[in-house]
Design a protein around this ligand. Structure first.
Ligand SMILES: Cc1ncc(C[n+]2csc(CCOP(=O)(O)OP(=O)(O)O)c2C)c(N)n1
Length: 644
C-alpha cells in the first residue's frame, strides 16, 4: 500500500475544513489511488467512485455530518465518504467477508444514514429524515445525492413530486455524469443533456461560474440575482425548467471536480427555506484513463485474480448469464416476435449481443423495473414475446406489476431473473433469495430454474410457446456440465434424475433446485465415501409441479432431502412438505434453504457454507437425519409394542 500523507490522519470529516486547496488536491489524489488499489484487489464499483471524489470532499467540508444527513442514492459511490468518515483502515477490507461493506451501512458508522443498494430511494429517505428532524425541533439539514441514472427511477420522481409540494429545505445534489451503468437512457437523460450542453447556456454557465468564483461569500441578495439571471437564461432556451416548475430552486450545472466552486454553492443553499436541486457535472472514472474511456466496463470491477481465472476458463464453462444471452439470440433468430427488455443492466443480464444484433427489438428502459414489466405487458398485448431481464433482487420492486399487469390478464411475458439465490460481494441488498417465495404461487405462472445451456434453451423455447406468464431464474454461477441426463426435454412439472442407482439398499434422494445441484453432487460423492448411496433429482420446475409424479418418486425412498437456493420459509421445499401433509403422504422428507435472516457480504462459496448448503454440510445433515430417524423408528417400535 502506498504511503499517503493526508488521508490516514483524517479521522473525522470536520478535520477536512482545515485543509488548504493544495492539500485538498493531494488528498483527492490519495483517495483515488487508494480506491484504485483496493478495488483492483477486492472488486467493487470503480468508475462511479472515482467520479465523486471532489463532490464528496466539498459536501463534507460544507455540511456537518452526521448532524447534517447525507443520503447516497444506491450507495455504490460511497467510498470517498467512507474514507472521510473514519474508515481509512477498514477500507482495505472492502467487500470481504466480515469486512467493510461496499454500500452505506448504519451499523458501520453514524455517518451512514441509510442501508442502501437499490436505486432511486435517496430523495424519499432524505425528505423523511428532514421532516422527522424538524418534528423533533432539530435544525439538521438533509442532502440527497442522486445520479442521473437513478433519477430515472419512478420512486425518485414520486419523491421529487412530494418534495416540491412540501417545500421543505431539502437539498438534492444531482450527480450528472451522463451515464447509468451503460449510457443513460430516456427523455429525462436527454433533458439533462440539453440543460448542460446548449451553447448559449454553457456560455451563461461559465459566466455564472466566474461570478461565483470572484465573490468570496455571496449573500442571499446576490444569490437571488443569480437565480434570476439563470432563470432568464433558461427562459430563453427552455422556457421551463423541470425542477423549478416542480417547486425547486435550481442551480447548475456546476463543475463537480472543482471543490471551491461547489463549496460556495453549498454554503449558500444551506440556509434556503425551500427545496433546491444542485446540478453537478462529474466525469465517471475520473483520474483513471481506462475507466474514463470505458466507464461502463469499469462500473463494477472484479478482483484481479478472478479476472485471470475467468480468462483461462474453457468456453464450455460459461456462466448462466452468458448461456441466457446465447440462447435468447438463437431463439430470436427463429422467432421474430421475441423482444428483449432490460432495466439498465444490458451487460449484467447477458443481453449485450442481443442489443447489437437486434437493436430494434431491444429496449433498455432505464432503472425502472416496475415500468419494464408493465411495458412488456403492453408489448405482449400486440403479439410480441417480451423477455424482461432483471436481477432477482431488483424484481422485488415489481411484484405488483407481475400480478396485476401480467398474471391476471394472463399475458405471455417472460421475466428472467439473473443473480437469483446467494449472491457474492454486495451483501444484504443484493441477495436474490425471495423470488421463489414471492412468485411461485402467482396463479398461472410457469417458473423454471435451468442449470445448463441446453436447459436454458429448453426453458426459452417453452417460454416463447407458453401463452401465459413465465419466469426463469438462475444464479451468477457457471453452468452445470452438459451431462446427457440434463439434455432430456422438459416435461411439464417434472424434473430429471442426474444420478439414479436402482440397486441401493437404503434409498436416499437429494432433490436439487437450481445451481446447488453441484453441491448435491458433492454431497452424494461424500456419502459414497461412507458407503451411503444417494440419488439426485434436478427439480427444473418451481411451478407448476406435477405433484403426483413427485409423490411417486419420493415414495420410493427412505429419505428425501430437498435443497433450494432461496429462503427456506415460503420456499418450494416448504410448499412440497405442506402438499405431502395435506395428502397424508408420510414421507420421510426434509427441506433446506437459506435461513430467515439477512445475509451479509461474502463469496458465494462462503455463503453456501454459512447456510449449511454445501456438499459437506449436506452430507453431515443427512447422516444426522438418518441417525435420528433410526432412533425415532426404535421409539415408535417400542411404543407400538407396549400398546399391544
Ligand atoms: C433498483 C435498482 N436497479 C438496478 C440497479 C443496478 N445499478 C447500480 S448502480 C446503477 C447505475 C446508477 O446510475 P447513476 O445513478 O447515474 O450513478 P453512476 O453510477 O452513474 O454514478 C445501476 C443500474 C440498482 N442498484 N437498483
Amino acid at each position: 500500500m502506498s504511503e499517503f500523507s493526508i488521508l490516514p490522519g483524517l479521522k473525522d470529516p470536520a478535520a477536512l475544513k482545515n485543509l488548504t486547496s493544495e492539500e485538498l488536491e493531494i488528498l483527492s489524489g490519495e483517495i483515488r489511488e487508494y480506491i484504485i488499489e483496493t478495488v483492483n484487489k477486492n472488486g467493487g464499483h470503480m468508475a462511479s467512485n472515482l467520479g465523486v471524489v471532489e463532490l464528496t470532499i466539498a459536501l463534507h467540508r460544507s455540511f456537518n455530518s452526521p448532524f447534517d444527513k447525507i443520503v447516497w442514492d444506491v450507495g455504490h459511490q460511497c467510498y470517498t465518504h467512507k474514507l472521510l468518515t473514519g474508515r481509512y483502515r477498514e477500507f482495505k477490507t472492502l467487500r470481504q467477508t466480515g469486512g467493510m461493506s461496499g454500500f452505506p451501512k448504519r451499523e458501520e458508522s453514524v455517518h451512514d444514514i441509510m442501508d442502501t443498494g437499490h436505486a432511486s430511494t435517496s430523495v424519499s429517505a432524505a425528505l423523511g429524515v428532514l421532516v422527522g428532524e424538524h418534528l423533533s425541533n432539530s435544525k439538521s439539514r438533509a442532502i440527497a445525492v442522486i445520479g442521473d441514472g437513478s433519477l430515472t427511477g419512478g420512486q425518485a420522481l414520486e419523491a421529487l413530486n412530494y418534495a416540491g409540494h412540501l417545500r421543505k429545505n431539502l437539498i438534492i445534489i444531482l450527480n450528472d455524469n451522463n451515464m447509468s451503468i451503460g449510457t443513460n437512457v430516456g427523455a429525462m437523460s436527454s433533458y439533462m443533456s440539453r440543460l448542460t450542453s446548449t451553447e448559449y447556456y454553457l456560455h451563461m454557465r461559465n459566466f455564472i461560474d466566474r461570478a461565483v468564483s470572484i465573490i468570496p461569500f455571496f449573500g442571499k441578495s446576490i444569490l437571488k440575482s443569480i437565480y434570476r439571471l439563470k432563470r432568464g437564461a433558461k427562459g430563453i432556451i427552455f422556457k421551463e425548467n423541470l425542477f423549478t416548475d416542480l417547486g425547486f430552486k435550481y442551480i447548475g450545472p456546476i463543475n463537480g471536480h472543482n471543490i471551491e466552486r461547489m463549496e460556495k454553492v453549498f454554503e449558500t443553499v444551506k440556509d434556503l427555506r425551500e427545496p433546491v436541486v444542485i446540478h453537478v457535472q462529474t466525469k465517471k472514472g475520473k483520474g483513471l484513463t481506462v475507466a474514463e474511456d470505458d466507464p461502463s466496463g469499469f462500473h463494477g470491477v472484479s478482483p484481479v485474480p478472478e479476472k485471470k481465472e475467468k480468462d483461462s476458463s474453457a468456453s464450455d464453462n460459461i456462466k448462466l448469464t452468458d448461456a441466457y444471452g446465447i440462447a435468447l439470440v438463437e431463439a430470436a433468430e427463429k422467432d421474430k416476435a421475441i423482444v428483449a427488455i432490460t432495466a439498465a443492466m444490458t451487460k449484467g443480464t447477458g443481453l449485450h449481443e442481443f442489443s447489437i444484433k437486434y437493436p430494434d427489438r431491444f429496449f433498455d428502459v432505464g432503472i425502472t423495473e416496475p415500468h419494464a414489466v408493465t411495458y412488456s405487458a403492453g408489448l405482449a398485448i400486440t403479439g410480441k414475446k417480451p423477455f424482461v431481464s432483471i436481477y432477482s433482487t431488483f424484481m422485488q420492486r415489481a411484484v405488483d406489476q407481475v400480478i396485476h399487469d401480467i398474471a391476471i390478464p394472463s399475458l405471455p411475458v417472460t421475466i428472467v431473473m439473473d443473480r437469483a439465490g446467494l449472491v457474492p460481494g454486495d451483501g444484504e441488498t443484493h441477495q436474490g433469495l425471495y423470488d421463489i417465495s414471492l412468485f411461485k404461487n402467482v396463479p398461472g405462472m410457469t417458473f423454471l430454474s435451468p442449470v445448463t445451456l441446453s436447459e436454458m434453451k429448453y426453458a426459452i423455447d417453452l417460454a416463447r410457446e407458453t401463452k401465459g406468464p413465465f419466469m426463469i431464474r438462475y444464479s451468477k454461477e457457471q453452468c452445470f456440465p452438459e451431462v446427457d441426463s440434463l439434455k432430456q426435454p422438459f416435461v411439464t412439472g417434472r424434473g430429471v434424475f442426474l444420478r439414479e442407482n436402482h440397486d441401493a439398499k437404503e434409498k436416499i434422494l437429494i432433490i436439487s433446485l437450481g445451481s446447488l445441484l453441484s453441491e448435491a453432487e458433492k454431497c452424494a460423492d461424500l456419502l459414497i465415501e461412507r458407503e451411503i448411496y444417494a440419488d439426485i433429482y434436478n427439480m427444473r420446475y418451481i411451478a407448476p409441479v406435477d405433484i403426483d409424479y413427485l409423490f411417486e418418486i419420493v415414495g420410493n425412498y427412505n429419505l428425501t432431502v430437498f435443497v433450494e437456493d432461496g429462503v427456506k420459509t415460503g420456499g418450494l421445499g416448504e410448499q412440497l412438505a405442506a402438499k405431502m401433509f395435506e395428502n397424508d403422504k408420510h414421507f420421510h422428507f426434509r427441506y433446506f434453504g437459506t435461513p430467515d435472516k439477512f445475509l451479509g457480504q461474502a463469496t458465494r462459496k462462503e455463503l453456501i457454507v454459512q447456510c449449511g448448503l454445501d456438499g459437506e454440510s449436506l452430507m453431515k445433515r443427512i447422516i444426522e437425519i438418518k441417525r435420528s430417524y433410526r432412533f425415532k423408528e426404535v421409539v415408535k417400535q417400542v411404543r407400538n409394542d407396549s400398546w399391544r
